[in-house]
Design a protein around this ligand. Structure first.
Ligand SMILES: C[S@@+](CC[C@H](N)C(=O)[O-])C[C@H]1O[C@@H](n2cnc3c(N)ncnc32)[C@H](O)[C@@H]1O
Ligand code: SF4
Length: 447
């Protein structure tokens, strides 16, 4: 979700690019289907587990506290929806799988294994495919890691959030720092080089100095991948209310900007290369799955509230759709039982909508968008044609925030921290170019 630029893209139980995409329904769209990324028989798969043991004070994700044990029916429905969407997309290979939530480490390892078997039965899943499971670092979660490994998981993403016990309490987490350290150690033992940790900054009462110390501590125990989340105050959450009432205060935007900058420097010094706004990797351990979102590849979203972006070829369509599954788990379960899927919303992506996603997602990468990559989606209008004559873009280049050169379009180090403020300009230029028909797209339908 692109809440802010510094918020890592989480699994697509949320809509990537939502803030910027101008999706229109197929009926309204004269431009629908004019996109032309290359024909692809591959996709990644996101599976959403909607349950948590308790609500963290800051979280407005699609998550529910289970009223009863419904693991059997969840298993049946996740398998059924996976099969339906695989058939619908007609993809022959799933390149990566991400079990996100909610708290997917509450699922039985046999459920994870069963979903993966469904993928293998109805499409290919190569031996090397990255299969990530989000893990809450509670004793329950960590005790099952080995079983998850045997179920087919080969990468763990651990929601450490903080190493300060007082802060974990304020955040309403159900783990403490010792649990977190034990879980990271166990995950590293089982999956060396394939463990990621999530850590949050901009927390109530946090100072730059304490953040730097904490990050240093974390880096001395963690593995090769780190995701930095800037805490977003979400309406409707307990934390939002506490801050509104003056019971807690969060650092100002200026302070969080300093925290982000110092984190980037510390991570770099410790050998973690930044490859995306919020993501850092050592030893090339980048997240293949998330990379598929940033590269605007096809993905299927299974489970309550999951989002997907794919071409429903099984129904004869040639245009990519943005798809959302029903949010509420009980309703989703009923729908899957009745009609084998819980798809609630289907929006054909217009040519412009797809290019917006390529732009918004691609600019999050430190490598940005190469000309070759852009051309896959926009064969007729290159980045120079769309952007280079604009005085605003020239200003951004001159101030050293944006780079448009023979490699493609990307943010500078400084620009990456200010991406949100540059996107409206770039999106307006793209929209103007496309809606004025300057790309002269003949509208051949391929994907
Ligand atoms: C939704 S959680 C799911 C994984 C797992 N349940 C956990 O909490 O670690 C994925 C990530 O989103 C982060 N997140 C949730 N709400 C957030 C917010 N308001 N601001 C920043 N990060 C948030 C979580 O802290 C976590 O690292
Ligand atoms: S455990 Fe994760 S998904 Fe569940 S409430 Fe906390 S942050 Fe949200």
């Amino acid at each position: 979700m692109l809440r802010t630029c510094l918020t890592a893209v989480r699994g697509p139980a949320v809509c990537v690019g939502r803030c910027f995409s101008s999706e229109v329904s197929g009926a309204d769209s004269t431009l629908a289907g004019f996109s032309s990324p290359p024909f692809s028989t591959e996709a990644s798969l996101y599976v959403h587990w909607p349950y948590c043991l308790k609500r963290c004070s800051y979280c407005n994700f699609n998550k529910y506290i289970p009223r009863s044990d419904n693991q059997d029916v969840m298993l049946e429905c996740l398998q059924r929806e996976t099969e339906t969407l695989l058939k619908l997309s007609q993809v022959s290979r799933i390149t990566s799988v991400f079990f996100g939530g909610g708290t997917p480490s509450l699922a039985r390892p046999s459920t994870i294994a069963a979903v993966l078997q469904t993928v293998t039965r109805h499409a290919g899943l190569s031996e090397e495919a990255e299969v990530t499971l989000e893990v809450n670092p509670t004793p329950v979660g960590s005790s099952k890691l080995e079983d998850f490994l045997h179920a087919g998981v080969n990468r763990f993403s651990i929601g450490v959030q903080s190493l300060r016990d007082d802060d974990l309490k304020v955040l309403g987490r159900d783990h403490n720092s010792q649990h977190a350290l034990q879980t990271v150690a166990e995950a590293r033992r089982l999956c060396p080089g394939r463990v990621s940790v999530d850590v949050m900054f901009g927390r109530p009462g946090q100072s730059v100095a304490s953040w730097e110390l904490e990050l240093d501590e974390l880096l001395s125990v963690c593995d090769d991948h780190v995701s930095l989340y800037q805490l977003t105050l979400e309406r409707g959450t307990q934390l939002f209310r506490q801050v509104q009432k003056g019971q807690l205060s969060v650092p100002s935007d200026d302070i969080t900007a300093v925290m982000y900058d110092s984190a980037r420097r510390i991570l770099q010094k410790r050998g973690y290369l930044q490859y995306e706004v919020s993501n850092f990797a050592r030893n090339g351990a980048i997240s293949q799955h998330n990379m598929s979102y940033w590269k605007a590849s096809q993905y299927l979203g299974v489970g309550p509230g999951a989002h997907g972006r794919f071409v429903p070829r099984g129904e004869g369509y040639v245009c990519r759709e943005a798809r959302t599954q029903t949010l509420e788990p009980d309703v989703w379960l009923r729908e899957v039982q009745q009609r084998s899927h819980g798809t609630r919303r289907r929006i054909p992506l217009t040519h412009l909508g797809l290019l917006e996603e390529v732009l918004v997602m691609g600019l999050r990468l430190t490598d940005g968008i190469t000309h070759q990559h852009w051309q896959l989606f926009s064969p007729r209008a290159d980045l120079y044609q769309i952007l280079s004559s604009s005085s605003e873009v020239q200003d951004l280049q001159q101030t050293g925030l944006l780079i448009l050169d023979d490699r493609g379009l990307r943010c500078s180090w400084q620009g990456l921290a200010l991406l949100d403020s540059m996107l409206p300009t770039l999106l307006l230029l793209l929209e103007a170019y496309i809606t004025q028909g300057l790309d002269n797209n003949s509208g051949s339908l391929q994907l």
